[in-house]
Design a protein around this ligand. Structure first.
Ligand code: VLZ
Length: 134
């Protein structure tokens, strides 16, 4: 059975998010607010088509993609830096490479048990988040 990321997921832990935001050039005031947030992700997966809606009380972010198809990502509400993104499978992990001004930018999602994991990368910073099914 292929892995299915579909569902509603609530943040339970976040490690090094502030340094990740700093690497993205997010300003001090925004970082102070953002690090307190407990975002929720709603993921829809249909074949190789995905949408990921990240919602919080402060900012929200929506992205839609097909596996292997490069798309322009605007990162609106985040750092607003455009990049070319592509998501591929690495076994059962979803790996996104975000090519643009920032080196080594991207993220990886995977599932273990009933937890969703997310690693966010930018330059030399890695943020690790864990989400639980709502
Ligand atoms: O997630 O790239 O699931 O886009 C956090 C909103 C959204 C909180 C972070 C406000 C998006 C932050 C992380 C203000 C600076 C992300 C991908 C993987 C899908």
């Amino acid at each position: 059975m292929p892995v299915d990321f579909s569902g509603t997921w609530n943040l339970v832990s976040s490690d090094n998010f502030e340094s990740y935001m700093l690497a993205l050039g997010i300003d001090f005031a925004t970082r102070k607010i953002a690090k307190m947030l407990k975002p929720q992700k709603v993921i829809e997966q249909e074949g190789d088509s995905f949408s990921i809606q990240t919602t919080s009380t402060f900012r929200s972010y929506f992205v839609q993609f097909k596996i292997g198809e490069e798309f322009e990502e605007d990162n609106k509400g985040l750092d607003h830096r455009k990049c070319k993104s592509v998501v591929t499978w690495d076994n059962d992990k979803l790996v996104c490479v975000q090519t643009g001004d920032k080196k080594n930018r991207g993220w990886t999602h995977w599932i273990e048990g009933d937890q969703l994991y997310l690693e966010l990368r930018c330059e030399d910073q890695v943020c690790k988040q864990v989400y639980k099914r709502a």
